[in-house]
Design a protein around this ligand. Structure first.
Ligand SMILES: *[C@@H]1O[C@H](CO)[C@@H](O)[C@H](O)[C@H]1NC(C)=O
Ligand SMILES: *[C@@H]1O[C@H](CO)[C@@H](O)[C@H](O)[C@H]1NC(C)=O
Ligand SMILES: *[C@@H]1O[C@H](CO)[C@@H](O)[C@H](O)[C@H]1NC(C)=O
Ligand SMILES: *[C@@H]1O[C@H](CO)[C@@H](O)[C@H](O)[C@H]1NC(C)=O
Ligand SMILES: *[C@@H]1O[C@H](CO)[C@@H](O)[C@H](O)[C@H]1NC(C)=O
Ligand SMILES: *[C@@H]1O[C@H](CO)[C@@H](O)[C@H](O)[C@H]1NC(C)=O
Ligand SMILES: *[C@@H]1O[C@H](CO)[C@@H](O)[C@H](O)[C@H]1NC(C)=O
Length: 332
């Protein structure tokens, strides 16, 4: 068992922003959780994706949809696991996102089942280039029901993450009733095609986003028109979520430069840092990785991924998720 490879200690040291909360990384103890109908079924640990036998697929809206799954190394059919749906970027696939977030490398993620929905024609709904009529919100709800009937899941600890088009879809999900089953939402380089103004969304949600100023695909400052449609200014979008979550009570907090990045957060009442944003000066269109060995880091240097290793975003995401469940998160 490759436990020695888990990125626990190194991320705490490298991810300065996450260090303060790193020791909260584990969800509540397993035996206190509500169990789904999939408890009792055995599963093989490791990464599995769809094949020609129809494994790892579900029919949604009359369309066969695919997914991949990362089963924890010590999967126990009688313990309920937290769950993350992790959405890939446009033209990517489940396996690419598996290698971007690399949850499988983290000790804390061994308490989660990770599911990687596969976009229809490699994209998710929202941008104009997505295949018309494909309903990824319904797919998400159908896949969640399917996963809960097949694996032992704690329904109070269900989360969504994604990159680029997949990150934008996580925002679309957060703004939808389909997002009511999810406790928190995290994105990197999110392509926010469906969220262009403060009133476009009326949900309260725990939201974490990361974006770099050298992102030329989804520019930080937004774009009036692009391949997939107009995009908002990311900084403005963060303030919208601050207001959506906290209204006039929003307590905004911005750090100074933390070494190539800074953080902005909004809090109110019990919702500490319920909207949290990481802003990188030199980062491109990437899932930030302190080790520099994920899929994005393997891109050409001109994409500005491997050069920026100041934050290990996956450990930030796991710490953020560990702070929220369906009972404590806003919107429910
Ligand atoms: C895929 O399906 C085949 C045929 O139904 C089955 O024998 C096989 O065990 C399945 N593989 C996995 C990984 O579930
Ligand atoms: C995903 O894309 C990669 C890179 O193009 C490819 O090697 C891999 O086979 C694909 N995986 C799946 C599950 O489609
Ligand atoms: C699938 O995506 C490709 C571009 O990646 C596009 O050319 C094609 O039209 C798309 N197919 C459908 C059915 O939309
Ligand atoms: C805000 O966005 C929504 C949804 O895209 C749109 O219907 C509405 O007209 C926009 N409102 C303003 C003031 O631009
Ligand atoms: C909340 O976010 C701010 C940065 O905006 C940070 O300084 C602070 O440590 C965070 N608090 C917690 C509890 O994570
Ligand atoms: C945060 O960092 C970005 C990128 O370097 C910079 O544009 C912005 O002014 C910084 N914000 C604060 C509050 O320091
Ligand atoms: C992830 O992608 C990088 C860059 O392409 C590659 O070097 C590495 O071997 C991949 N890791 C895994 C676990 O697939």
């Amino acid at each position: 068992m490759p436990l020695i490879h888990f990125k626990t200690i190194s991320c705490v040291l490298l991810a300065l922003g996450a260090a303060a909360v790193a020791h909260h990384a584990s969800p509540p103890s397993l035996d206190k959780r509500a169990a789904s109908s999939g408890c009792g079924k055995a599963h093989t640990p490791g990464y599995h994706y769809h094949d020609s036998n129809g494994n790892f697929s579900v029919v949604s809206g009359d369309v066969e949809r695919y997914y991949a799954v990362q089963v924890p190394e010590a999967y126990d059919a009688d313990h309920s696991y937290a769950l993350i749906f992790d959405y890939h970027g446009n033209s990517d696939n489940s396996t690419i996102q598996y290698n971007n977030s690399q949850y499988f490398n983290y000790a804390a993620a061994q308490q989660y089942l990770i599911v990687y929905p596969q976009g229809y024609n490699r994209s998710f709904q929202g941008p104009t280039y997505a295949v018309p009529g494909i309903d990824d919100l319904q797919f998400t709800t159908d896949l969640l029901a399917h996963i809960e009937s097949d694996y032992c899941i704690d329904s109070d600890h269900v989360y969504a993450s994604g990159k680029s088009n997949g990150g934008g879809f996580v925002d679309t999900l957060a703004c939808s009733d389909h997002g009511d089953s999810f406790a928190a939402f995290a994105m990197a380089s999110a392509a926010l095609y469906t969220d262009l103004n403060r009133t476009a969304c009326n949900k309260k949600r725990a939201i974490l986003e990361s974006h770099g100023d050298k992102d030329t695909k989804i520019p930080y400052v937004g774009k009036k028109s692009s391949h997939g449609g107009p995009l908002p200014n990311v900084g403005e979008w963060v303030t919208w979520w601050g207001e959506r979550n906290c209204g006039d009570d929003a307590n905004a907090d911005a750090t100074g430069d933390l070494g190539g990045y800074n953080m902005t957060s909004y809090s109110c009442g019990n919702y500490e840092n319920v909207t949290q944003h990481y802003h990188f000066a030199q980062l491109g269109h990437c899932w930030p990785d302190a080790q520099g060995d994920n899929y994005d880091a393997g891109k050409l240097n001109s994409q500005f991924c491997s050069e920026v290793r100041v934050v290990d975003y996956t450990s930030v995401v796991l710490d953020f998720f560990a702070k929220w469940d369906l009972g404590s998160a806003p919107g429910n």
